[in-house]
Design a binder for this molecule. Structure first.
Ligand SMILES: Cc1cc2nc3c(=O)[nH]c(=O)nc-3n(C[C@H](O)[C@H](O)[C@H](O)COP(=O)(O)OP(=O)(O)OC[C@H]3O[C@@H](n4cnc5c(N)ncnc54)[C@H](O)[C@@H]3O)c2cc1C
Length: 413
């Protein structure tokens, strides 16, 4: 894909076949499809361009800690009826500091009897979203398709799209980059980022423990990095195991039986013996915040705009809130006949979401740095903090509001 900045749209070939969309969403992952689903009844003409087939895009073997705010947004989209029966409701989230016996328990009572979090599998979220966007009359779901070239003009963007071996041209008022952490659209628009690669990497796998998980999620903070256990349907558990990169690579290189032994040692004995159901996968971990979320005729959402450490399960939840906030801004602008791709409109989205995401990014970074070390003054301080948090309910309530995205302005769809 190439990008020819600021080239006036009048320079395009007047004979090229064109179709006009109000917006083109590049990237049909959970975040891109959430935006499309939120706009499906707005009357806007929308194209979604996704490089993978729908089946490939839905097949990522990952379960997410899914926040109550994300659940409310899925309810407003009419998707929770389909998703709800296939997710696990956490009855308890237990945070511990290594082997130290005192932990913090977050329970539904802390949130007015609402589950603290849910665990939702990627394929479940994607199936509901794909069905929702396929049902939209003004939505073209192009998958697999590839954006070949983008030319930004003053009043529109010209996109060459390749699908089924043919390239055709369309114009749009607004391009939305929902194309993930490596976001080619962000790079080509020369939007800078702030952030770093962590010294840690992350291993994920799914296990079947011998005993029931009782819908309890665990975040065990070890000096090498957090180790999370998410309860899934069928009594299975998803593991998100963070460790210094060299150590994580060495674990990945172990024969399967030794890997399971190491996993069992870290997991503990409380759920009995573990059977590993999925091959472990290794991910780099990075923190990234884009300097800008918008430019004239371009908006970034989800991992294209930011990414964070997996501790606390925040990345996708932030992206879902981005998609909902952008949808709210665009629907209002459309009702007032404003230009959807203008900076005036797009900056409303940026002002809303960028600072809120900065708070979450700082929180995940702080949590990881505070717990991933042996420095005794910090160990003493954080353990004191945990004792206070476990005993003072209003403080636990505050911490939960932050962790579950219940701060700042809530989008409504
Ligand atoms: C190990 C791990 C555990 C995690 N656990 C959690 C968790 O518990 N809770 C949570 O909230 N978050 C979690 N996250 C973060 C979460 O996975 C991401 O924040 C989320 O997947 C981002 O969604 P997205 O739709 O923005 O991007 P992606 O999921 O990356 O989707 C991008 C889509 O764009 C498509 N695409 C890419 N380039 C192009 C292109 N040029 N043209 C067209 N399409 C393109 C891709 O094929 C893909 O379908 C975790 C991350 C990791 C690594």
């Amino acid at each position: 894909m190439t990008l020819l900045q600021d080239r006036p749209s009048t320079q395009r070939d007047p004979n090229a076949p064109t179709r006009h969309y109000d917006l083109v969403i590049v990237g049909g992952g959970v975040v891109g499809l959430t935006l499309a689903s939120a706009l499906r009844r707005s009357g806007l003409e929308i194209a979604i361009v996704e490089t993978q087939t729908p089946e490939q895009a839905a097949s990522r073997p990952r379960a997410y800690a899914f926040s109550p705010v994300s659940r409310q947004l899925f309810e407003q989209l009419g998707l929770w009826e389909q998703v709800g029966p296939q997710v696990t409701h956490f009855q308890r989230v237990r945070l511990t500091d290594g082997d130290w016996p005192v932990g913090i328990d977050f329970c539904p009572q802390d949130l007015g009897n609402e589950p603290v979090y849910y665990a939702a599998e990627h394929r479940v979220l994607m199936a509901a979203l794909q069905a929702s966007v396929r049902g939209g009359n003004t939505l073209d779901y192009l998958a697999p398709a590839q954006l070949q070239q983008v030319r930004y003009g003053e009043t529109e963007v010209v996109c060459d799209i390749e699908q089924d071996g043919e390239t055709w041209t369309c114009t749009t008022d607004l391009l939305v980059a929902a194309d993930g952490g490596r976001s080619p659209l962000r790079h080509q628009a020369e939007i800078g980022t702030l952030g770093w690669q962590y010294w840690q990497s992350c291993i994920t796998t799914v296990v079947a423990p011998e005993y029931p998980h009782d819908n309890t999620a665990y975040e065990k903070f070890w000096p090498s990095g957090p180790f999370a256990i998410l309860p899934l349907p069928n009594g299975h558990c998803q593991i998100v195991w963070t460790a210094p990169t060299a150590e994580a690579q060495a674990l990945m290189a172990l024969p399967r039986s030794e890997f399971i032994q190491a996993l069992q040692a870290r997991y503990g004995e409380h759920m009995g013996r573990l059977e590993m159901l999925k091959e472990p996968l290794l991910f780099p971990v990075r923190l990234m915040q884009s300097h800008q979320y918008v430019k004239s005729r371009l908006a970034l959402i989800g991992d294209a705009a930011h990414s964070c450490h997996p501790v606390g399960g925040q990345g996708l939840n932030m992206g879902i809130r981005d998609a909902a906030a952008l949808a709210e801004v665009l629907i209002r602008a459309h009702q007032q006949s404003e230009d959807l791709g203008s900076l005036t409109v797009l900056q409303r989205y940026q002002q809303w979401r960028r600072w809120e995401n900065s708070v979450v990014l700082s929180m995940t970074d702080g949590l990881n740095r505070c717990f991933s070390n042996h420095w005794w003054p910090l160990v003493a301080l954080r353990r004191l903090g945990m004792l206070v948090l476990q005993r003072v309910t209003p403080l636990r309530w505050l911490a939960l509001r932050l962790m579950t995205g219940r701060f700042g302005r809530r989008p409504t769809l």
